[in-house]
Ligand binder design. Structure first.
Ligand code: GLN
Length: 184
């Protein structure tokens, strides 16, 4: 989804691993694609632009068909349950609650080695930029990666994937490749 934020890095990552990927801006763009990534950026802006371009219902319908959606950082905020006045209006597509900017300001951004249930080899380097915290995880949520203190930072519910960090900002494409398994 190319409304705002880091969509270019996701396009590069996808193309590097051989995926035909393009920018999605308008409802019609959803008609002939198999999956969607909502990138990081600023969720309040992304939310407003989703209204402006009337994307909310088309994205919900896309998810209802079972089409995979992955949100990174602001993207996971957009996928989370709509439960807090501090958050922009979200899509409520994954049963988690989010606390925005919960690690502090931009200068408190950090990189951390993540443990993951889906990768058996080396740790995944998580790039956290003014990231949200996953404050509640519903009972149908699979936790895929977590920090040293065991707090979840990557979650899945069926065909919906959310990461609070930015795999597209590293050249480790294991998460992008993992997302491709949703289409098998
Ligand atoms: N702080 C941003 C927000 O609340 C998210 C930051 C990001 O996507 N890297 O929307």
């Amino acid at each position: 989804m190319a409304l705002q934020g880091g969509f270019l890095e996701h396009l590069v990552a996808l193309r590097t691993i051989g995926v035909v990927a393009r920018e999605v801006r308008l409802p019609n763009d959803l008609n002939d694609i198999d999956g969607l990534i909502i990138p990081g950026g600023e969720s309040t802006t992304i939310s407003q632009m989703m209204d402006l371009y009337e994307l909310r219902k088309p994205i919900s319908d896309f998810a209802k068909k079972g089409s995979p959606i992955w949100g990174t950082c602001a993207g996971i905020i957009m996928l989370s349950m709509n439960n807090s006045n501090e958050n922009p209006e979200t899509l409520s597509l994954i049963d988690i609650n989010i606390k925005r900017n919960a690690y502090g300001r931009q200068s408190e951004s950090f990189i951390a080695d993540l443990d993951s249930s889906i990768f058996s080899d080396q740790k995944f380097q998580g790039v956290f930029i003014r990231a949200p915290i996953i404050a509640r995880v519903g009972k149908d949520i699979e936790v895929l990666s977590w920090l040293k203190d065991e707090s979840p930072v990557a979650v899945r519910q069926g065909s919906i994937l959310g990461t609070t960090f930015h795999p597209e900002l590293t050249d480790d494409y294991r998460y992008h490749k993992y997302f491709l398994t949703f289409f098998e």
